[in-house]
Write a protein that binds this ligand. Structure first.
Ligand code: HEC
Length: 109
């Protein structure tokens, strides 16, 4: 009986920890009607819909965070930046951090 209880507690806490920051970041990244990130960059960030769009999956977390912040603050203005200014408008710094965490965790083969 006691071991059953331990097993139960262990599986409950496992499912809590399964909802990691990476999972939250992914949910924000693919959320329909929010930034539309996956529409342009693909679900893993590495299937851009156009050859001139960058692959971002597996990139360094801090680099990704800084780029997204720069677009949001209108500090990065190169190439096709306008699409990204619009995309980042609806995200808080904390949400950007979580998305950077998700994208950097993607395997960049
Ligand atoms: C309409 C298409 C489009 C959407 C939607 C979009 N992006 Fe982008 N993204 C681009 C393009 C194009 C660039 C390259 C812009 C440039 O030249 O600076 C880019 C650049 C980036 C970069 C910088 C890559 C690098 O190597 O510096 C990151 C990170 C990024 N996007 C993440 C996101 C995230 C996260 C979202 C959702 C909030 C998103 N993008 C939504 C098209 C898009």
């Amino acid at each position: 009986m006691k071991s059953m209880l331990i097993l139960l507690i262990a599986s409950i806490s496992f499912s809590i920890f399964a909802n990691t920051e990476t999972d939250k970041g992914k949910a924000l990244y693919i959320a329909p009607g929010k930034g539309g990130c996956a529409t342009c960059h693909g679900e893993t960030g590495n299937e851009p819909v156009m050859p001139m769009y960058p692959k971002i999956g597996g990139q360094n977390e801090l680099y990704l965070f800084n780029q997204m912040k720069d677009y949001k603050m209108k500090k990065r203005k190169n190439g096709l930046f306008m699409t990204m200014v619009v995309a980042m408008e609806r995200y808080t710094d904390e949400e950007i951090r979580l998305m950077a965490k998700y994208l950097s965790a993607v395997n960049s083969n």
